[in-house]
Ligand binder design. Structure first.
Ligand SMILES: [Zn+2]
Length: 116
């Protein structure tokens, strides 16, 4: 795989570091530019991407289309997911990355897969 900073092939283990608030996989040389993930205090806000690296890029569209197919409003979907309607709105806007639990609930309620 390639370093996300310098673009060179990473030999050995890629390092996860935080650079300007974004988690990146970088080579050893570039890892000194950011903070190591272990040092980051608010890990929870950035970890979902790493728990599910194969999350479909078009998940907002998949959710909206599946919801409309079932004839559900955002409010009704939120109720079925036991989530607030703002969660559904943010999912469909792509501003909220679903965690594993939410992906499972969406799979159960909408019958769609968000993991590629
Ligand atoms: Zn690099």
């Amino acid at each position: 795989m390639e370093c996300e900073v310098c673009g060179l092939e990473i030999t050995g283990e890629p390092r996860r570091v935080l650079i300007d608030g974004v988690v990146m996989l970088v080579c050893e040389r570039c890892s000194s530019m950011g903070r190591k993930l272990g040092e980051v205090e608010h890990k929870l806000t950035i970890e979902p991407w790493f728990d599910m690296p194969e999350l479909a890029e078009d998940y907002p569209k998949r959710i909206r289309q599946a919801r409309e197919k079932l004839g559900l409003t955002q409010e009704e979907l939120a109720k079925r997911l036991s989530e607030r309607v703002s969660v559904v709105k943010r999912l469909e806007a792509g501003t909220l990355v679903p965690d594993e639990q939410l992906v499972k609930k969406i799979r159960r309620v909408l019958g769609i897969e968000l993991i590629e």
